[in-house]
Design a protein around this ligand. Structure first.
Ligand SMILES: [Zn+2]
Length: 1067
């Protein structure tokens, strides 16, 4: 899954990037299913009629039901009996209920099918029987609620004794574990579904072939928010029917408990069948409803899925754990105007119009390979597609609303290129004959790797060169490369349980850069990996309230909360560190062993280390250092402990001494030196007057000393920032590195230059380095042309600007930044030209220039806005976000209204995003209040896009306090809408709360959230509170030093003695 729900702004934000210390990818989405329980008088055996915790009131956005064109009676049994008599309809007989009807008017423009006399006669008989049945029902009707308990037969394996879990009506639920019992394993699912895109009703049946591995008298599996109308259990050869004596539900864990009247025999195969129904909602998980507006303005619905981590159970009853792999066969009933997609290709289509109404078809799909439930996917839509074929003859198709499908060309090209590349890289072919990439209008996360049927947000898949800039193009490339990596790593070999999720996601994150780098070498993904993965992880993981990569998962909310920056970015960074330590050929050989060994099965993290260790031992050329490292020991030290080390390096008298200690920005509470964690640290150093790199390893020891040249004027460690730690030096070496940086020395790569600046700012924030050091290092920007040093400097200096917004130091710091920017600003200009990296750098520098109010930059951006508004001149794609935002920030109500109208009318997804972000740049309090209100209402702004609104208003100094007030006033509405544990709540906290910097605000935040249940977002709150404390400390401890340095710099500059360049700069 791609966790970050929205692509970055084409240019970094106006005021500040996300706070460095709390930077984190949003936790993957999970919005609780909004099932309308009131629609069903009998929900399984629960007759209480109450809402379970997961059964929230119907969403306010529930689409209006379209009236049926003809009604069918409710005498289902009689109708079914008649249908069952017709042998050829046997398989779909149960579908002929009320929920199976279609509205022909929905498909206007299509010719009505004329009934044959035979069919008309059959319909008449049905109607007659129906009327008769209604009369009988009316005469003898009585409450139909069955008692929820039944007689339990003798048992062989006693259920675990537990009293705590209870069903919704208070009855004890006999199974007390998050995990399912191991006595029964699913082998094959046969699924039949009929979603109705007119009534939004879904009727389904699943037959699950199970194998008994331990004699038992009960079965536990998963089901959420559906009505089970029929359940059956019999031996696979149909010879014995096993009576299900009791069915209990435990909604807290979505578990269904079935007890049977005779024990299921070891080694015997059985078939467990359910018939069920539910209603499609715009729920963003499970089998859910989405919609788009067609080119002619009509509203079109589609039904799609998002199952990871645990929502397959909301689509059909199943054993919903990742290691319980099985094969899946799907039959999907649909209207002829729709297309059904599944993980595998369609095998055949049958005509069902005689039984289910005109134009109804049934698609049967090929059976899948063995796979996890969370990777199953199906979609019913009226989408169009474009296709291409890989060298390995895999059919790659991009599916989207017909008027947008051409915007899928770029993603299709990337997918074809990356799929061939991965086939070679992993040494194993892609397992399926086709791969569909589908753009979903309502999508909680960024994308999802369903095997053979990946789903994406529109903005993660569709790219239109005339409106999307270089950042959007790169975003699409990365997301596609990420999901395709999962086809091997995650899909072919799956983690046994969610505590190893980091391995899936860390690996896909690493591969997304390698894959995107292959597809588009001009992106220079090495720099970007450091920025997006390593530095992002280092920022978050230095908070006290971080967590180890590998965590035990004991409750469902925890599963959701681990889809975070630590799993993705730190996971990727530590894998990259291992790859660099072993060399890519050895790493690849290890991967290949791992994938082959566990193909179509499940594995644990230790299995990967074992395979990589074998590959390292077999390698002809040992990697640098003292032979291959102990892979398991090394990686355990990085994955089982939180945080990372600060490496102190001292060169003295020909001896290089390296020490490690945990790096946290606030001191760890009650930590003793002797208990300090230690890591296995691979370290590479470059020394003045020494050829090549010096490799040093700390194998879980606190320090090591090696010999080194005595005459080295400087030394630098963690070359190219391949290690996941920070490095510090004595003051004289910091000064020497500063000289090296300012002199533009070729000894430092672009990653090194960015890493030195990032380490200096971060050490300052941790109270370990004077503010003058990062400020001096920043002056190198005046001659810097690399993207990474610019991005890092902006991230930190913008944060300082934000902390100082109400302080006298703000103006001198802003002036300092303007002076740093000036040389590059002049050089880059406003016309879109140059390489991909130059274009990205231009977007960054121009946006920064506007945000620090460089007069000519502001004037130029405003001119481009008025040219666009008044003369219709299009803004160059890379500059759109900047120009739109500047126009709104400096404009009046008319300008805001103009952008709002453009937003409402925009059809290109990326353009729509840019316009929405720009709307949050207003400084007018009334407009901001109005904007927040209409955004939360969800009618004109999609609910999934509320995150963009939060992001842009939180970054807007003029809007931040208003947003905070708005969030507090509307907290219950926000919780109702987005659920207690979704990325949206995380995002509000990360984007808004962590920016505060006064004691008053800290107390206010604490008081507001006190006692509120934030579920999986509670860690984000603790991190945000820590971040506020850091902000307060920085203002108290380092503001004065920064002010003094800036004053001195300003005096020298005024005297013409200190332009912000190297040669004139004092040490
Ligand atoms: Zn992923």
């Amino acid at each position: 899954m791609w966790p970050v729900p929205v692509p970055p702004a084409a240019q970094p934000r106006r005021t500040a990037q996300r706070e460095p210390a709390a930077a984190g990818g949003a936790v993957a989405a999970r919005v609780s299913v909004d099932q309308d329980s009131s629609a069903e008088p009998l929900r399984n055996t629960d007759c209480s009629g109450g809402h379970s915790p997961r059964q929230r009131p119907a969403a306010s956005r529930r689409p209006p039901a379209i009236p049926l064109t003809f009604e069918k009676d409710t005498a289902l049994n009689l109708a079914e009996q008649l249908a069952a008599d017709m042998s050829e309809v046997d398989d779909v007989a149960f579908l002929t209920g009320e929920r199976a009807l279609y509205n022909k008017a929905e498909y206007a423009g299509r010719k009505a099918v004329v009934c044959s006399p035979r069919r008309a006669a059959a319909v008449l008989v049905l109607v007659f029987l129906a009327v008769l049945a209604i009369a009988l029902v009316a005469a003898f009707a009585r409450p139909a609620c069955l008692p929820s308990t039944g007689v339990v037969g003798p048992t062989t394996v006693a259920p675990p004794v537990a009293t705590r879990p209870t069903t919704a009506d208070g009855e004890p639920f006999p199974w007390d574990s998050l995990r399912l019992p191991p006595a029964v394993l699913p082998r094959r699912y046969e699924l039949l579904l009929q979603p109705n895109l007119t009534t939004f009703a879904v009727v389904g049946r699943v037959k699950i072939q199970i194998t008994v591995t331990q004699e038992t008298s009960f079965i536990v599996l998963h089901s959420r928010n559906m009505t089970i109308t029929k359940r059956e259990l019999h031996t696979s050869d149909d010879s014995v029917n096993v009576s299900i004596t009791r069915l209990l539900l435990y909604p807290e864990r979505d578990q269904v408990y079935l007890s049977v009247n005779e024990s299921l025999q070891l080694g015997q195969n059985y078939t467990l069948s359910f018939e069920f129904n539910y209603t499609l909602r715009e729920a963003l998980e499970g089998f859910y409803l989405s919609h788009y507006t067609a080119a002619n303005g009509s509203k079109r619905y589609l039904a799609t899925t998002q199952f990871e981590p645990n929502a397959a159970r909301a689509a059909f009853p199943c054993f919903d754990e990742p290691q319980l792999k099985a094969t899946f066969q799907l039959a999907m009933v649909r209207h002829e105007s729709h297309t059904a997609l599944f993980n595998t290709p369609r095998r055949s289509t049958a005509d069902l119009d005689f039984y289910l109404g005109a134009g109804i078809k049934q698609d049967d799909f090929f059976e899948t390979v063995r796979m996890s439930t969370y990777l199953v996917a199906f979609i019913v839509s009226d989408y169009a597609h474009i296709s291409d074929t890989t060298d390995g003859n895999v059919l790659v198709s991009v599916w989207a609303p017909p008027h947008l499908v051409q915007q899928g060309q770029f993603a299709a090209q990337v997918a074809v290129s990356v799929l061939d590349f991965y086939t070679d890289y992993f040494g194993l072919p892609y397992q399926l004959p086709k791969l569909d990439l589908v753009a979903i209008p309502d999508f909680a996360a960024g994308a999802m790797e369903n095997w053979g049927l990946c789903t994406f947000r529109l903005t993660s898949l569709l790219y239109e060169p005339s409106s999307g800039g270089s950042a959007i193009q790169q975003w699409v490339t990365r997301v596609v490369a990420h999901e395709l990596a999962h086809q091997w790593f995650g899909n072919l070999v799956t983690m046994e349980w969610w505590n190893d999720l980091w391995l899936n996601e860390g690996f896909a994150t690493l591969m997304e850069f390698i894959g995107a780098g292959h597809a588009r070498p001009e992106y220079h993904m090495g720099q970007q990996f450091m920025l997006e993965a390593t530095l992002t992880a280092l920022a978050l993981d230095s908070l006290r309230d971080s967590h180890p990569i590998s965590v035990e998962v004991t409750d469902p909310d925890q599963i959701e909360s681990i889809f975070d920056t630590i799993s993705y970015s730190k996971g990727a960074a530590v894998l990259y560190m291992l790859m660099k330590e072993l060399g890519q050929p050895v790493f690849k050989a290890g991967l290949n062993k791992y994938l082959r060994r566990h193909s179509l099965g499940s594995a644990r993290t230790a299995d990967l280390w074992a395979a990589v260790q074998e590959a390292a031992a077999e390698a002809e050329t040992p990697p640098a250092g003292d032979g291959p490292p102990d892979v398991q020991a090394m990686m355990d030290s990085w994955t089982r402990q939180k945080s990372y080390p600060l490496i102190s390096v001292v060169l003295s008298a020909g001896r290089l001494t390296v020490r490690q200690a945990p790096f946290t920005q606030l001191p760890a509470v009650g930590a003793r030196q002797s208990d300090a964690p230690l890591w296995h640290v691979p370290l590479s150093c470059r020394l003045h007057r020494r050829a090549g790199l010096l490799a040093v390893r700390l194998n879980g020891t606190a320090s090591v000393t090696v010999s080194a040249p005595r005459q080295s004027a400087w030394y630098y460690c963690n070359v190219n920032k391949t290690g996941v730690y920070r490095v510090t030096y004595p003051a004289d070496n910091w000064a020497a590195l500063q000289q090296l940086l300012l002199a533009g020395s070729s000894h430092l790569s672009v990653q090194d230059r960015a890493a030195i600046i990032d380490d200096a700012f971060s050490l300052n924030r941790a109270d370990l380095l004077n503010a003058s050091v990062p400020l001096r290092l920043s002056t190198s920007l005046s001659r810097e042309a690399g993207l990474a040093p610019w991005a890092v400097s902006r991230r930190h200096l913008d944060w300082w600007l934000q902390l100082l917004y109400d302080q006298p130091t703000h103006a001198p710091l802003q002036h300092f930044v303007r002076r740093l920017i000036a040389p590059q600003y002049g050089q880059l200009g406003w016309s879109e030209q140059g390489s991909h990296v130059v274009r990205r750098l231009r977007a960054l520098v121009l946006a920064w220039a506007v945000s620090v109010r460089l007069p000519e930059a502001v004037a130029r951006a405003r001119t481009l806005f008025s040219d666009w508004r008044n003369a219709g001149l299009p803004v160059p794609p890379d500059l759109r976000q900047l120009v739109y935002s500047t126009g709104v920030e400096y404009g009046d109500t008319g300008d805001w209204q103009f952008v709002w109208q453009r937003y409402l009318n925009a059809t290109t997804p990326t353009e729509k995003n840019s316009l929405l972000r720009a709307l949050g740049a207003s400084t007018d309090p009334l407009i901001l209040e109005h904007f927040l209100r209409i955004s939360l209402a969800g009618e004109l702004v999609r609910s999934q896009d509320f995150v963009l609104v939060v992001e842009s208003t939180a970054a807007n100094q003029a809007a931040r306090l208003r947003l905070w007030r708005f969030v507090r006033l509307n907290w219950h509405k926000i919780l109702d809408k987005f659920g207690g544990g979704t990325f949206m709540i995380d995002n509000i906290i990360q984007e808004l709360v962590s920016r505060f910097s006064t004691q008053l605000e800290l107390e206010e935040v604490r008081a507001f959230f006190d006692g509120k249940d934030l579920r999986s977002a509670s860690r984000s709150l603790r991190q945000a509170l820590e971040s506020i404390q850091l902000n307060i400390r920085w203002r108290g401890s380092h503001q004065a030093a920064a002010a003094a340095w800036l004053e001195d710099w300003s005096r020298r500059e005024a005297a013409g003695a200190a332009p912000p360049t190297a040669r004139h700069w004092p040490n």
